[in-house]
Design a protein around this ligand. Structure first.
Ligand code: DX5
Ligand code: ZN
Length: 216
């Protein structure tokens, strides 16, 4: 199996020390950091905006993996790109013109990602897959860290991996929500490339061991 990309989620870090969180991620040997942007509309919680990306960009060369859980994501794409995000993922459920947004993200020189919540089928992405660099499968209902993975969601990883092969596409498959040592391996065996880990990473005593166990 090829190496996985582990993307620890800052949602589970100390909100008074995000700079320190990036150092913990680097020391653990992970190469991405996941930033969950929540607006209190698309999801029932609030986090942070592009200003955090701008501050962190100056401190680290980690791939900044921005996950927009916001209504009307098109309003914020340019701000996050200019702040220094490396990848920008938005929700298919929140956008009317997803294809346009994917090409906007790419035109800004960033990796373009699209995500679906647990109740949205993979079929909704059919036309968009050739344009996506990353497909993020939410494996919990978005809004909060520390939830238990909804097992049925992993079926979507399997479906996406099959479609990717059949259609000769090359998007990365990311899983987000309830990913720990055990579920990481399940997701990887079904075709996931990127493992977002919040509480299982920041709650671990030995973060490097968690990254290694997940195959990163
Ligand atoms: C949930 C977020 C996740 C969250 C995952 O809405 O999108 O990225 O940080 O947290 P854990 O890994 O604790 O489930
Ligand atoms: Zn996320």
């Amino acid at each position: 199996m090829k190496k996985a990309i582990v993307s620890p989620s800052l949602l589970a870090a100390d909100f008074a020390d995000f700079g320190g969180a990036l150092k913990i991620i680097e020391a653990a040997g992970a190469s991405w950091a996941h930033l969950d942007v929540m607006d209190g509309h698309f999801v029932p919680n609030l986090t942070f905006g592009w200003q955090l990306v701008k501050s962190l960009r100056g401190r680290s060369a980690l791939f900044l993996d921005v996950h927009l859980m916001v209504a009307d994501p098109g309003r914020f794409i340019r701000d996050f790109a200019e702040a220094g995000a490396d990848g920008i993922t938005f929700h298919a459920e929140a956008a009317v013109h997803s294809a346009k947004l994917l090409s906007e993200i790419k035109a800004l020189g960033k990796k373009a990602g699209i995500s679906v919540v647990p109740s949205t089928p993979v079929s909704m992405l059919e036309e968009l897959l050739p344009m996506a660099d990353l497909v993020l499968v939410m494996t919990v209902n978005p809004g909060f860290g520390g939830q238990v993975l909804i097992p049925g969601c992993l079926e979507k990883v399997k479906k996406l991996a099959a479609i990717r092969q059949e259609r000769g596409l090359d998007f990365l498959i990311s899983v987000d929500g309830g990913i720990n040592g055990e579920t990481a391996l399940q997701a990887r065996s079904l075709g996931a490339d990127v493992l977002v880990m919040g509480s299982s990473f920041f709650g671990a005593e030995d973060q490097a061991a968690i990254v290694k166990a997940a195959g990163g």
